[in-house]
Write a new protein. Structure first.
Length: 146
């Protein structure tokens, strides 16, 4: 079998119109990021300032590196010329670009991660109901047999 690179599904969202932020910037996100990326991002977003301050310098470097690795995976592109998310290093540079309001990409990640978790919760509930409905017939049949 011939191997081919995995092409991610993406979605372009306007931060103002689609995510409720105050910036009129379009960002192309990985539509269905891996579970590892999403859960790592949730853990990092949920870390308090005190948690980060209490980290050893080595842990802080690892935390920072992983944050920008996840961000570079979740972001594909944006409507601001010269912004590049292709590597963790270029993503970190984008976050600190002088032409962009401080925190705009952090807020975009938080809003998008929250949106993914909302969708995940809805999906989990639906799949739970489907599983309950599909097994309810089997359980009823067993009860009738007894």
């Amino acid at each position: 079998m011939k191997k081919k690179p995995y092409k991610r599904n993406t979605v372009i969202l306007n931060l103002k119109d689609d995510l409720g932020l105050k910036h009129d910037v379009d960002i192309e996100f990985w539509e269905d990021p891996s579970q590892k990326v999403v859960f790592d991002m949730i853990q990092m977003i949920g870390s308090s300032g005190q948690d980060v301050e209490e980290m050893s310098p080595e842990d802080n470097v690892r935390f920072n590196r992983r944050y920008f690795e996840c961000a570079s995976l979740m972001f594909e592109d944006c409507s601001i010329p010269g912004i590049d998310f292709s590597t963790p290093e270029s993503t970190e540079q984008a976050f600190y670009d002088e032409r962009v309001s401080w925190g705009v990409f952090h807020l975009a990640l938080i809003a998008y991660t929250s949106r993914l978790m909302d969708e995940y919760e809805i999906l989990k509930k639906v799949l739970g109901r489907v599983a309950a409905l599909s097994s309810s017939g089997k359980e009823n049949n067993k009860n009738e047999e007894e």
